[in-house]
Design a protein. Sequence first.
Length: 432
Amino acid sequence: MMGFQDAFAILNKGQNSITSIKGLIASEFPKTLKALKIIDQDCASDKRRKGFSLEKVESKKLGFVYYARYSWQGRKIKFNTRTNIPEEAEKFALENKERLIEQYVRSHDARMYEILGQFYKPNSEYLLCEEKRNHTISELCRKDYHAIVANKFVPFLRARNVKSFNEVTPNLLSDYQDFLLKGKVKPQTVNNNYKALKRIFKYIFRKGIIKANSCESVHYIPVHKEDQAVRGCHELDKLKNVFDRKWKDELSYMLCLLIYTTGMRNSEITKVAMDDIIKIGACNFVDIKESKTSSGIRQVPLHEFTYKKIYEYWHKNRIKGALFAGCRPEAFSKANEELAKKLKIDGGELKKENITFYSGRHFWKTMMNVGGLGEDIEEVFMGHMVSSDVAKLYNHRDKQGKGRIIAKAKQVYKILDHYIFGCKGKNKKAPA
């Protein structure tokens, strides 16, 4: 009968001797064989549910190492325990299970579409976290950014079957810019859209979800002069007494009256409520509490004629809340066309001169500039970026600032009297 020495000699020669060795162990060491089987069964069947298993993987340094294998949402994921000692590997797997799975979720980008969909939603934990480190954005800007991500960027990614943030490379982002440009989106608008993405990628990079911020490698689209359409506006003397006439469409009348006598943005007009009209001294103002920028939060002088027309509109229609809530772009376009009819300007000329409803804001700026309002307060009333020193000068909450803003508001009224209402000196009253 073959002994162990004979068996080892066969193994050294590289011959297949498994059957012979099994026979040798079974005949000469039956108890040893049973003990080995018991040990093998005990190792093979883990009676305690640990939520993981250990897998041997070849290692040049240690010969082999144990990997901890976990199951997450039907996927098998594993992590190197960096040891070949089973007790240490098991301890590592037990103590680090939650941390390792969370790390996998973040690094594998399994939540990419969830983050994109939630980032700019109201009270988003992602945005709130990011705003603690960077400047805050207005509610209007948040809504715009959310619409950009949800309606443009996410469909772009889904169409290309992108499942991971790590798949969003600089080349892909450049393709996204090209995609927008092909859709006849102007370069400046493409750049504005891209700002929404930059804030998201800054956040996920800081949180370790991505190792490199692809957004930082992609530059804004250069804006050339030919890409900037020059917005036209009506001549200053064209609008005199136009609001004294009867208009068929009341909404168009009110929208045009507001933009041409206040210079407010379209989005700001849609949010005006009677409660937003305040009095500082003897002057009425629209108190704009929400705008696209922090500079847009301001008080806008409201002429007595415009105020009375607003009051009549509010009272007649029994409006609760915003006076022009729900006004869509079509309503502004219609208002612009109605004004053109009153001025006897056809649609072809409007298009040629690029005169839109928003041109009323440009008209107001030109009118105030020509009327000598002063560039600093002109910017304060329009909500453009101004220096903090200028803003402090016209802070109506202190006595000196209150005096200044009232004096400038009266100057605004006189300019409106001259160019819009066709009279000089004392404010024109609204007709009964």
